[in-house]
Design a protein around this ligand. Structure first.
Ligand code: PLP
Length: 379
């Protein structure tokens, strides 16, 4: 990212991170499940009002845990948008499942719930809504359909922490949901994630899977007198030093979200006229959605104008970036049968979408420069 006056992202930093990391070192607890891990989990449980949150090493690993927890077997099918990060699919492909790609709505870029039923077969085990840009999917309809067919819902909420749909927090609808604290996300600790467990029956097994398939968590609570290998598992616990960084961020979640709201609304207000005049679309936020202010994107008329736009921004020292390439057209996606035309909206949108610099420490004069540069562009 060096060489740009205004990068695309800078990791969020609120001030107390270094102090808390020093505390973790002084307490001489650097491994997982120390006091900072518990504090972070408690904050999220209290805010979201859910039975259990477990910090993980990444959102990718939290997704892998969901596939294990739901006993995904070879041949099972999972329905997910083609317009998402590779981990949404990979976590299930690792268990031998087949990703079935669903197209997105042209307005919110979230999975098109109207196409869901047609993709369900007797092998379908999971549907994975991704709340793109932190804007909630049509959860009412998705939950209704999945209940009717007895399919689990796992929300990939990497973009959507603290967003709401119909006044309910994203990540609290599905049986399970996953968060990312990667440095590109609103709340970060560099690399990290969380598993949100909304069905209490899955808590104990989740603790086991996360602790290398052992009942170590029960041992530490004095519930068994030795711990042993009881199930599949891996090592999905982040170091308490990273949890210390994360704790500083979670303590300040409201100011982080407020700053992001200001940046988002400034972009949206200042770019509206230019967008209308130039055939560019701006994000659509449905009335019953409170978004998480994860990103600001534009949809240019076509691939040629998007390429020209990115170059135009680069000339001014500003890094703007495109986003997901359709998974169904990737090398792996094609092995699962993906081909051109399967998800036409995804194919079109991925060519046209560009994201603007968006981070908490983006200064007002820097954002003005971004806006002035954008509005000087005519596709
Ligand atoms: C960032 C992201 C992930 C992966 O997060 P990691 O914490 O880097 O594993 C998964 N899904 C979506 C939608 C993401 O944006």
């Amino acid at each position: 990212m060096s060489g740009y006056k205004i990068p695309f992202n800078k990791p969020s930093f609120t001030g107390n991170e270094v102090m808390y990391m020093a505390h973790a070192i002084q307490k001489a607890h650097l491994s997982g499940d120390g006091s900072f891990t518990h504090s972070c989990q408690q904050i999220l449980q209290d805010l979201l009002q859910i039975p259990k949150v477990l910090l993980t090493t990444s959102c990718t690993h939290a997704l892998e845990m969901t596939a294990l927890l739901l006993d995904i077997q070879p041949g099972d099918e999972v329905i997910l948008p083609s317009f998402t990060f590779v981990s949404t699919a990979n976590a299930f492909a690792l268990r031998g499942a087949r990703p079935v790609f669903i197209d997105i709505r042209p307005d919110t870029l979230n999975l098109d719930e109207n196409q869901l039923e047609a993709l369900i077969t007797e092998r379908t085990k999971v549907v994975l809504p991704v709340h793109y840009a932190g804007v909630g999917c049509e959860m009412e309809r998705i939950m209704e359909i999945s209940r009717r067919y007895q399919i689990a819902v796992v929300e990939d909420n990497a973009h959507g922490l603290f967003g709401k749909y119909q006044n309910q927090y994203l990540g609290t609808f599905g049986t399970l949901a996953t968060q990312s604290f990667h440095e590109t996300k609103n709340i970060t600790c560099g690399e990290g994630g969380a598993l949100l467990i909304n069905d209490p029956r899955l808590i104990e097994r989740a603790e086991i899977l996360r602790e290398k398939g052992t009942n170590r968590s029960r041992f530490f609570r004095g519930q068994v007198d030795k711990y042993t290998w009881v199930d599949l598992g891996s090592s999905y616990l982040p170091s308490d030093m990273l949890a210390a960084y994360l704790f500083a961020q979670l303590e300040n979640w409201e100011s982080i979200q407020e700053r992001r709201r200001q940046i988002w609304e400034t972009y949206d207000a200042e770019l509206q006229d230019w967008a209308t005049e130039n055939g560019v679309s701006t994000p659509c936020i449905p009335a019953d959605v409170h978004q998480a202010y994860h990103m600001y994107y534009l949809l240019l008329p076509d691939l040629t104008s998007r390429t020209a736009f990115i170059e135009h921004m680069k000339q001014a020292g500003i890094l703007s970036v495109f986003h997901y390439q359709p998974l169904h057209l990737s090398e792996m996606g094609r092995k699962f049968g993906g081909k051109e035309g399967d998800c036409p909206v995804t194919e079109e949108v991925s060519d046209r979408l560009v994201r603007l610099p968006f981070y908490n420490s983006l200064e007002m004069n820097e954002q003005e420069l971004v806006i002035d540069t954008v509005t000087a562009f005519h596709p």
